[in-house]
Design a protein around this ligand. Structure first.
Ligand code: ZN
Length: 198
């Protein structure tokens, strides 16, 4: 016997398929949504659709944005000669939150993971190398300190070395396997300030 109506089951199933949402949270959210006023549900649905349709990659750093270039890349006061390489837009947001980094970013959208079959061609590495053809003084590799993050950092550093551009790696001390976005701002800044040349 089905516990809930078909519509409710479908909603619970969809919500449960989202990352970090288990069966119980999905049920709670589903019933919350069903009890929301109709216009709020309509607004939520519209925002979801609009976000999906309008969000794209910044043509320069490849972070997610709803314009051609993200606010960081468009800002003339940022130092465009310093590029921090991060795994995803959430890591970029973590560094932006510190308010102390004035360079620009490059978002890889993943990291090299032989175990998961993700190779260098599957992340935005080619795009990074193209950017390095312009005037760049330093590339700061800020991938996570997980095995995949370290593998990616080593790979990138080997790739950039022949260009003569300075390559640095943020200091460890960032907990191993810790997602950058979960690390507090002080630790992030310390990792950035303590970066070492590779
Ligand atoms: Zn950008």
């Amino acid at each position: 016997m089905e516990l809930y109506s078909g519509c409710i089951n479908k909603l619970i199933e969809e919500l449960a398929s989202l990352p970090g949402i288990g069966e119980k949270s999905a049920q709670r959210l589903a019933f919350y949504i069903i009890n929301m006023p109709g216009d709020r549900v309509a607004r939520l649905a519209k925002i979801l659709t609009e976000a999906r349709e309008n969000v794209r990659y910044c043509t320069e750093c490849f972070t997610l944005t709803d314009r051609e270039k993200c606010p960081v890349c468009e800002n003339p006061h940022r130092d465009h000669k310093i590029i921090m390489v991060v795994e995803n837009s959430r890591d970029l947001a973590a560094y932006e939150k510190t308010g102390k980094y004035d360079g620009v970013y490059h978002v890889l959208h993943g990291c090299i993971s032989p175990m998961l079959g993700i190779g260098p061609g599957d992340i935005r590495l080619k795009e990074l190398m193209v950017r390095l053809e312009s005037d760049v003084a330093e590339v700061i590799i800020a991938t996570n300190s997980s095995l995949e993050g370290e593998t990616t950092a080593m790979y990138i550093s080997k790739l950039i070395k022949p260009t003569g551009i300075k390559v640095t790696r943020i200091a460890s001390g960032v907990p191993v396997g810790g997602d950058l976005e979960n690390i507090d701002e002080v630790t992030l800044l310390r990792a950035l300030e303590g970066r070492v040349e590779l």
